[in-house]
Ligand binder design. Structure first.
Ligand code: GDG
Length: 469
């Protein structure tokens, strides 16, 4: 059974991202149930869960009452946990009733799940919306193996300490059998949090004891379907949408960014770096186009509306400063682009420009590498603070606060000779062919199966995390 806030229901309005595809494949291989929010909010009490069966997968979705949505989703998950876990303390809004609403939604999901579970089912829970789900399930007497994977960074104990109620959430995490993280650093922070903030005790092999519970902690970097995405990009390259973009460039080099419009993605610094490049290296004026695809995300939250206004203004100012009658340096697109077209755009780009201030992994960085033409690959310019930077060491790595440094990196990437581009790309694609989405889910599920309710052991799968002790 997979539990995640958003569900890849067939015919759903959300376009399939890499993650939804990966989870769908996991269920298709083994058969199973996918539980999550329907995406609908209702006035008054929501009705019972809806269920839809397609092949071996059953989708179970719950509507949320408007107030529950405000407290759980907009409030505690995205107004408190998201900024905290991305180290943006100044953006945090905390309200007790949001925390209570969050815990209540976790309880409601637990009741639905408990009714559906068979004794030998594995449960794989995703992301910061459900930190407290295992605790709610245990209270209902569920003894199944429960695994949790966090897609976003896990903060250091000193940062987590700022959250009222953090002890309760950490204790709730120990009700899972396995906690999975994107990077060593995230796993280490979680383990330190368990030790220092709620007194868990390391018992070796990446496991911690808290009261009666033993919880394993492991590192499982999310991958993409590397070969599948490469084929998608190669096929899309001659399609009408990609040709339209290629023709409009009139031979200029394309620098491309693709991100949900989110303050964690470093979009302000990215725009400043483009301006800095054009200011300091005038030879690139008229010779580059920066295209940013930034579909609006969480637009109902104040912090996101403010960011959008600031970005619109900065893009406008930079264009006004450098544009000519037949050239504007920045194309700023808030529309969602179909996945195949996006793959083609990535292949066309001379530079993939990915500069989050902090990111659990960042799949766009991986998709950019997978999409390249092996004969003539472009260059990935990647923030050191993306989880992906731990794997993609051959990218041009940048500090996302260092605007001058990012402009220099763009200059180097645009001028990079073919043999160096090929060598960097070959190193990156080798990592991505090894660390695929399929391997990610297999490793996680094997590790979860290796934890036992009886013994609580997680044999031999958590060695990378030993450093965390
Ligand atoms: C979270 C963590 C972690 C984007 N715009 C369009 C579009 N996308 C697709 C991308 C990519 C996905 O959305 C975004 O994934 P990221 O990993 O870059 O970022 P988050 O959404 O913040 O994801 C992150 C991830 O979970 C997985 O664990 O890596 O750190 O924050 O696949 O291509 N897709 C389409 N049109 C768009 O306009 N079709």
């Amino acid at each position: 059974m997979i539990v995640s806030n958003r569900v890849g229901t067939p015919g759903g309005t959300r376009t399939a991202g890499g993650l939804v595809v990966a989870l769908q494949d996991a269920l298709r291989d083994r058969g199973g149930v996918w539980v999550g929010w329907s995406g609908e909010t209702v006035q008054g009490e929501p009705g019972p869960a809806k269920s839809l069966r397609r092949g071996r997968i059953t989708y179970v979705t719950l509507d949320l009452a408007r107030e529950a949505y405000e407290a759980f989703y907009a409030g505690f998950a995205n107004g408190t946990l998201w900024p905290l876990f991305h180290y943006r303390l100044g953006l945090i809004a905390f309200r007790r009733r949001d925390l209570e609403g969050y815990l209540a939604v976790n309880e409601r999901f637990a009741r639905t799940i408990a009714e559906l579970l068979r004794p030998d089912d594995l449960v794989w829970v995703h992301d910061y919306h459900f930190l407290a789900l295992a605790a709610a399930l245990r209270r209902l007497g569920v003894a199944n193996r429960l695994g949790f994977f966090l897609h976003i960074p896990f903060p250091a104990p000193e940062v987590l300490r700022a959250l009222p109620g953090h002890e309760r959430l950490l204790r709730a995490l120990a009700d899972y059998d396995l906690l999975g993280f994107q990077t060593d650093s995230d796993a280490r922070c979680a383990a330190e949090g368990l030790e220092r903030l709620v007194g868990a005790e390391a018992v070796g092999e990446g496991r911690w004891r808290l009261g009666e519970r033993i919880v394993a902690v492991g590192v499982f970097p999310v991958g993409i379907e590397t070969d599948g995405f490469a084929r998608l990009a190669a096929r899309a390259a001659d399609g009408p949408e990609v040709s339209r973009l290629a023709e409009s460039l009139a031979g200029r080099a394309l620098i491309l960014g693709v991100d949900r419009l989110d303050y964690s993605k470093g979009l302000l610094g990215r725009l400043q770096a483009i301006a800095e490049l054009l200011e300091r290296r005038p030879q690139w004026r008229r010779r580059i186009t920066f295209l940013q695809i930034a579909p609006v995300s969480r637009g109902e939250l104040r912090q996101y509306r403010a960011l959008r206004a600031e970005l619109d203004a900065l893009a406008g100012r930079t264009n006004a400063r450098f544009a000519d009658v037949d050239w504007t340096p920045i194309r700023w697109v808030n529309r969602n682009v179909p996945r195949a077209v996006l793959a083609g755009y990535l292949r066309l780009a001379r530079v993939g420009f990915v500069t989050p201030l902090r990111d659990g992994m960042n799949l766009v960085a991986k998709e950019y590498v997978a999409a390249q033409d092996p004969e003539d690959p472009g260059v990935l310019v990647l923030s050191r603070l993306a989880g992906a930077a731990e794997e993609l060491r051959s990218a041009v790595l940048v500090d996302p606060l260092d605007v001058e440094g990012m402009a220099e990196a763009l200059d180097a990437a645009l001028a990079m000779p073919l043999d160096e581009r090929r060598a960097r790309w070959a190193a990156a694609i080798a990592v991505l062919r090894d660390h695929t989405a399929a391997r990610w889910r297999m490793r996680f599920l094997e590790a979860l199966e290796a934890t036992g309710p009886a013994t609580g052991t997680a044999a031999g799968v958590l060695t990378r995390c030993a450093a965390a002790t």
